[in-house]
Design a protein around this ligand. Structure first.
Ligand code: FAD
Ligand code: SIN
Length: 532
């Protein structure tokens, strides 16, 4: 198959880019592929909303910029921050034009929420299901373009570069080029190649590398792992954001249900098991301090008290207001016997967001020619060492727009590469037992949660490294002799992602933002990104 634009991922980053290139190039083909159903994305689960300065009389760009820089703990690129904050307003308007509804007050103004690290209420939202509303609007909008083809259940295995044409490609090879991808069609079970002029990586996050995460099962770091295998530059992977308040449900595996930070913005208070509102002991901003600080404080309280959770107390909030703003959370809590007006909600931090990823410039261009990246898989230097709440959806829209502008400049200069060989599956046989994969996934999640979680130290990182080496060796051996499956490829990608997180964490000889190493508890004077 050949396509002009190939987009891997159907979340906010992929679909925003698809809509723009399709509208501007009606004579060109735009192909969006996703490994699951089209709406099964991190985007769909976004709750709190999208941050934006919609009224400069109530708020200001400089405040949003300042809040982002403070949260990022010295590592944000101020130029990128200013660009995203200012350009974000037009992007939000586009989202509204595509049909997304954000809650409004009776006078028509936006009903703005507040989240940790924000000095003003500036979060546009749709109740507590903002992401699902945006995903709905985007999926509906792409239907208007006959030149967009959306293919579900199609697992991208690898990016195609000169390596597949028989050339030696290393990190120092100049002008590595992307010619498209190999995919495993999950319906036909065949491996196919898709040759593209421009490829957009919009594969989302990697929360599934951890045992407890707010991310759905698709978030296995595939895009970053593929880009790394293709010798692309990867940046800042140590900055894994743990959301402070995921619902604690003993026995529940996979995705944890999120209790949006907007609940604390509306008055929810964190309490330990003695009922103490402990955040005032940690930060003057208390429950609305940036996420790294709140998550670390909760982790500390749990460790001191030997408990697996603390509480989010909403009993003092107006129950009808709570039900109106957070109907999904209200219903979820009720379904497990928690009446938020009377009962405190048990919560614990969970892996939530990857601040690092495939390194891009301000136009979404990666170090690999004709390969763009946007959304959670990208590292744009907006977030620095810790993302400010609700800046992620904004970043995805701004960088997909900029990638579109940059793509328009080059698309007519690129030809399809006609020499791509078929996938070589020689010597592989059907897997004999899935336990070899499922057990390794369990081990990986456990070691990442126990050794590379909210608090790290040198010995834990070394242990994680050694265990990852073994998992890597075993999985590569299995990969060489086994027919590819999504389970095996996801395991391989998660091991690569975990390795990148650990390696970056080892390189950072300080504590900053989301990376806290007890052997280097202070910040260093040196401001640098970790690039692998
Ligand atoms: P996703 O939306 O995750 O899309 C990834 C796509 O890539 C999927 O279609 C997937 O199938 C596809 N894909 C991945 N690998 C492959 C492969 N190998 N082959 C083919 N397809 C592949 N951010 C905010 O700004 N505000 C919020 O309120 C907010 N709330 C959140 C709440 C939750 C519970 C979570 C999990 C995240 C939240 N975030 C929030 C973060 C934000 O939702 C994500 O960062 C953002 O949606 C990522 O969008 P994306 O387009 O980059 O990726
Ligand atoms: C939340 O609603 O708390 C999540 C917001 C975010 O991750 O930006």
């Amino acid at each position: 198959m050949k396509t002009d634009f190939l987009i891997i991922g159907s979340g906010i980053a992929g679909l925003t880019y698809a809509l723009k290139v399709a509208a501007d190039c009606p004579d060109k083909t735009v192909t969006v592929i996703t490994k699951s159903q089209s709406d099964e994305t991190n985007t769909k689960y976004a709750q709190g909303g999208i941050a934006g300065v919609m009224d400069v009389n109530q708020d200001s760009f400089s405040k949003h910029i300042e809040d982002t820089l403070i949260a990022g703990d010295g590592l944000c690129n101020p130029h990128i921050v200013e660009m995203v904050v200012k350009e974000g307003v037009d992007r939000i308007q586009e989202m509204i034009d595509w049909g997304a509804q954000f809650d409004r007050l009776p006078d028509g103004d936006f009903k703005l929420g507040k989240e940790g690290g924000h000095s003003e209420s500036r979060i546009l939202h749709h109740k507590d299901v903002t992401g699902s509303e945006m995903e709905r609007a985007l999926l509906e909008a792409i239907q208007q373009y006959s030149n967009i083809q959306l293919i579900n259940h199609c697992f991208v295995l690898d990016l195609i570069t000169q390596h597949h044409l028989g050339y030696l490609v290393t990190k120092s090879t100049p002008d590595i080029e992307c010619y498209g991808v190999y995919v495993l069609n999950l319906e036909s079970k065949k491996i196919e190649k898709i040759v593209a002029k421009i490829t957009m990586l919009a594969t989302g996050g990697n929360g599934q590398v951890y045992r407890t995460t707010t991310n759905p099962s698709i978030a296995t770091g595939d895009g970053v792992a593929m880009a790394y295998r293709a010798k692309g530059r990867i940046e800042n992977m140590e900055f894994i954001q743990f959301h402070p308040t995921a619902l604690y449900e003993p026995g529940v595996r996979g995705q944890s249900f999120l209790i949006t930070e907007a609940v604390r913005g509306d008055g929810g208070i964190l309490r330990n098991q003695q009922g103490e509102a402990f955040m005032e002991r940690y930060d003057s901003r208390k429950d609305l301090a940036p996420r790294d600080i709140v998550a670390r404080a909760i982790d500390n309280e749990m460790k001191i008290n030997g408990t697996e959770y603390v509480y989010l107390d909403c009993t003092q909030m107006d129950p009808s207001r709570f039900k109106d703003h957070f109907p999904n959370i209200y219903a979820k809590c009720l379904s497990i016997g928690i009446e938020v007006a009377k009962d405190m909600i048990p919560i614990a931090p969970a892996a939530h967001y990857s601040c690092g990823g495939v390194k891009t410039d301000e136009w979404g261009r990666t170090s690999i020619k004709n390969l763009f990246a946007s959304g959670e898989c990208a590292s744009t230097t907006l977030h620095g060492a810790n993302r400010l709440a609700s800046n992620s959806l904004l970043e995805a829209m701004v960088f997909s727009h900029r990638s579109y502008l940059a793509s328009m400049k080059v698309i007519n200069t690129i030809s399809w590469n006609e020499q791509i060989p078929d996938w070589n599956a020689a010597g592989t046989t059907a897997p004999k037992e899935m336990i070899l994969i499922t057990q390794s996934v369990k081990e990986l999640k456990l070691l990442m949660s126990d050794y590379v979680g909210i608090v790290r130290n040198n010995e834990r990182l070394q242990r994680a490294n050694r265990r990852l080496d073994l998992l890597h060796a075993e999985t590569e051996a299995l990969y060489q002799k086994t027919e590819v499956s999504p389970q095996l490829c996801e395991l391989r990608n998660m091991i690569t992602t975990a390795f990148l997180i650990v390696k970056s964490a080892e390189l950072r000889k300080e504590s900053r933002g989301l990376h806290f190493n007890t052997d280097f508890p202070n910040r260093s004077e040196l401001l640098q990104n970790t690039i692998l």
